[in-house]
Design a protein around this ligand. Structure first.
Ligand code: A3P
Length: 307
C-alpha cells in the first residue's frame, strides 16, 4: 500500500490511486476490509453515489419507504438520527477501524451505502441478487457542492483549495472517489445492461418530480405503494418529510456530528439545481465542458443543469 501513488487533495488526508479511483487515504483500509469481508444477501439494498450527489437525501427516502409500516412518519428514527446512521456507509462506518463486524443478525432488508465505484465493489454484491440504487448529479452542481463541503468540514478536508484549483483537480479526476466520469459511467453502464440490478437516478429528476421518483424507487427495491396508500397521500407525506427544509431544521441535523469529521449540518446546504451559476466563471465552464464532452460523448447519458 505504501507504494500506491498519492496526491494532495481537497480531502485533507490526501487521496491515493487504488484500483483506478482516487480513494481518500484515510479510508483505504476500510475499503479493503469491505472488499474482502462483505457478504451480500439477495435482499440487501445498497445506495451508491459520488459524494455530494444527494446521498443524504436518498438515504432518508429509502429508509422511510422500507420502514413505513414499522414506524409512523411522526415517530420515525429519521427525526432523531442523521440518515447516515440509519443507512451506514461501508467505508466510513461499517468497516471503520479495521473491524470486521457481524452483519448477519441485521434485520432484512439490510440498508447500506457506498461511494466506492462499481468495478471495485465486492464480488458478492455484483454476483448476488441484491439491488443497487445509484444517484448522480450534474457535474457543475456536484463540484460546487463538494467545494463548499470542503470548507465546512475542515477537520476532514483541507479548505486550502480555491475553487479555481478544485476545478482543475475535478477535471483531472483527482478528487475523492474520482474520476467523476468513471464513477458515473461504471454504474450507468451496469444500469443499462442490467436494469434489475442497478436503478440509475438523477438528483435533478428527484427535484423535478419527487413523487414519481419515489414510486419508481419503491417498486425497484421491492416496497411498492398500494393503491390505498397512494389514495391516502403516503407518497406525498414521505416527500415532505424528506425535504431539505424539514430535515435541515431537525435538531439532530443542526447540531450533531457524523463520526469524528463531519458536523451533520454540512450535509444540508442549498439543495438546488443550478447553484453553479453563482460560482463558476466562463473559463471554469470551458474547462469543465471540454472534460464532459470528451468523457460522456458516446455514453448516451446527459445531464440537466437548470431547474
Ligand atoms: P448543495 O451543497 O448543492 O446544497 P450528499 O448527501 O451526497 O453529500 O449531497 C449533499 C447535497 O445534497 C447538498 O447539495 C445538500 O444540500 C443536498 N441535499 C441534502 N439533503 C437534501 C434534501 N433533502 N433535498 C434536496 N437536496 C438535499
Amino acid at each position: 500500500l505504501a507504494s500506491l501513488p498519492k496526491e494532495k487533495s481537497f480531502a485533507g488526508s490526501g487521496v491515493t490511486l487504488y484500483q483506478d479511483f482516487w480513494c481518500p487515504a484515510m479510508l483505504l483500509q476500510n475499503v479493503i476490509s469491505f472488499q474482502n469481508h462483505f457478504q451480500a444477501h439477495d435482499q440487501d439494498i445498497i445506495l451508491a453515489s459520488k459524494p455530494k450527489s444527494g446521498t443524504t437525501w436518498l438515504k432518508a427516502i429509502i429508509f422511510t419507504i422500507v420502514n413505513r409500516t414499522q414506524f409512523s412518519l411522526s415517530s420515525t428514527p429519521l427525526l432523531t438520527k442523521i440518515s447516515h446512521e440509519l443507512v451506514p456507509f461501508f467505508e466510513f462506518k461499517v468497516y471503520e477501524n479495521n473491524e470486521i463486524p457481524d452483519l448477519t443478525s441485521m434485520s432484512s432488508p439490510r440498508l447500506f451505502s457506498t461511494h466506492v465505484p462499481y468495478a471495485s465493489l465486492p464480488k458478492s454484491i455484483q454476483e448476488s441478487e441484491c439491488r443497487i440504487v445509484y444517484v448522480c448529479r450534474n457535474p457543475f452542481d456536484t463540484l460546487v457542492s463538494q467545494w463548499h463541503f470542503g470548507s465546512q468540514s475542515s477537520e476532514f478536508q483541507s479548505s486550502g483549495w480555491t475553487l479555481e484549483e478544485f476545478v482543475d483537480k475535478f477535471c483531472e479526476g483527482k478528487e475523492a472517489f474520482g474520476p467523476f466520469w468513471s464513477h458515473i459511467l461504471g454504474y450507468w453502464k451496469e444500469s443499462t445492461e442490467n436494469p434489475n440490478k442497478v436503478l440509475f437516478l438523477k438528483y435533478e429528476d428527484l427535484k423535478e418530480d419527487l413523487t414519481y421518483q419515489i414510486k419508481t424507487l419503491a417498486e425497484f427495491i421491492g416496497f411498492p405503494f398500494s393503491l390505498e396508500e397512494q389514495r391516502q397521500g403516503v407518497v406525498e407525506d414521505i416527500s415532505k418529510l424528506c425535504s431539505l427544509n424539514v430535515l435541515k431544521d431537525l435538531e439532530v441535523n443542526k447540531s450533531g456530528k457524523y463520526g469524528s469529521f463531519f458536523p451533520n449540518k454540512c450535509f444540508y446546504r442549498k439543495g438546488e439545481v443550478g447553484d453553479w451559476v453563482n460560482h463558476l466563471s466562463p473559463s471554469m465552464l470551458e474547462r469543465l465542458n471540454k472534460m464532459i464532452e470528451e468523457k460522456f460523448r458516446d455514453s448516451g447519458l446527459s445531464f440537466k443543469y437548470v431547474a
